[in-house]
Design a protein around this ligand. Structure first.
Ligand code: GLO
Ligand code: MG
Length: 346
């Protein structure tokens, strides 16, 4: 019998998206933040992920006092609902100051904006009761190789991380690598890069990472191996499970949509290292298909969680002893078929 799972699940308000893409407008009418929060609660997710401006809209136009007041008001609402804030992420890819990069912009005024905005994000996280900041380094990279200097970019990045670490002695920074999109090439494309950057900061213990399945696939890597690698260093502090069909635009498909086997392997890696036992959440960074009708708006999230839970049973009921015998005999052909038969539910 499979043990009862102890995983806790979450998503962000941006995961209930309206269907716009670079070639066409929304296909569903926008819903309010309150509606999204009520859906999260209704469907039994335990936490919500936040961008800084999901928590405090239009924060660039507000005073520090106003930002903190609104963040505290949100905290009271979350507490009343029994919902935790999993993390807060500075959204550093919308503002005019981040057109040419945020921490690594060539313009010192823009770099200053990025750091100041990140420090505000830390204050918001503190109000919301989380010590976890996620840094998806969306525009830290280059569109044009000759326009930037990657070594200097690294120095700027470390400087920004150091400012955040100094601002709040408890905060933990989780870098979310992605190799491309929106940039042609990102400065931090993989977990190995993220951990190397962590090592250059003033407090490497407080800099870890977040793995997104699709981002690993876009980097030509196996998400399960990325999980094993990060967890071997004790650095996997959050997780964006989803799926991706080959090397094209970032798809954020439901978890297991393309490869059930890869999803199974990712959960095996999580289980091996006890992901979740130190309070980490399983987050789904998935989007509805553009064709989705409003009445099916939550299905990509519910289906991702259902697939996770069903595959978790498969992971826990996998005959590890039989697998080990085949491995010892180097009979990988039989091992391969054993995995397939197990997933097919013979
Ligand atoms: C985009 C990223 C994005 C981040 C989110 C949190 O490719 O996956 O969804 O995870 O903005 O910072
Ligand atoms: Mg993500």
């Amino acid at each position: 019998m499979a043990k009862k799972h102890t995983y806790r699940f979450c998503f962000g308000p941006w995961n209930i998206s309206e269907g716009q893409d670079p070639y066409g407008p929304p296909t569903r009418p926008a819903e309010s933040f309150d509606w999204k929060l009520s859906q999260l609660k209704k469907h039994g997710f335990e936490a919500m992920m936040f961008h800084d401006d999901d928590a405090v809209p239009d924060l660039d136009d507000k005073s520090d006092r106003q930002v903190l007041q609104e963040a505290r008001a949100l905290r009271r609402r979350l507490d009343d609902l029994g919902i935790a804030a999993e993390m807060v992420a500075p959204r550093l890819w919308f503002a005019p100051q981040t057109i040419d990069g945020a921490y690594t912009s060539n313009d010192p005024k823009c770099r200053r904006y990025a750091i100041e905005r990140s420090l505000r994000c830390l204050d918001i996280a503190d109000c919301l009761g989380t010590d976890l900041i996620v840094l998806w380094l969306a525009r830290e990279g280059s569109y044009l190789r000759e326009s930037k200097n990657a070594a200097r970019g690294l120095d700027y990045l470390v400087e920004a991380l150091d400012r955040m670490l100094a601002h709040d002695q408890r905060v933990r920074l989780a870098i979310e690598p992605k190799p491309n999109e929106p940039m042609d090439h990102a400065y931090v494309p993989t977990i190995g890069h993220a951990l190397a950057v962590a090592g250059l900061t003033r407090d490497p213990k407080r800099v870890g990472c977040l793995i997104e399945s699709a981002h690993a696939i876009l980097a030509g890597l196996d998400p399960a191996d990325e999980i094993d690698f990060a967890m071997r260093f004790g650095k996997l502090w959050s997780l964006h499970l989803n799926d991706q069909n080959g090397l094209k635009y970032d798809q954020d498909r439901p978890f297991g949509n393309v490869s059930l086997r890869s999803a199974f392997d990712q959960i095996r890696a999580l289980e091996r290292h006890g992901y979740g036992s130190r309070g980490e959440y399983v987050c789904f960074d998935v989007h509805p298909f553009r064709t989705t009708k409003p009445e099916h708006w939550m299905d990509h999230l519910l289906n991702s969680r259902r697939t996770f839970v069903r595959l978790l049973e498969k992971v826990r009921s996998f005959d590890e002893r039989a697998a080990q015998r085949l491995i010892a005999d180097r009979n990988y052909q039989a091992l391969d078929q054993m995995v397939i038969e197990h997933l097919l539910g013979r």
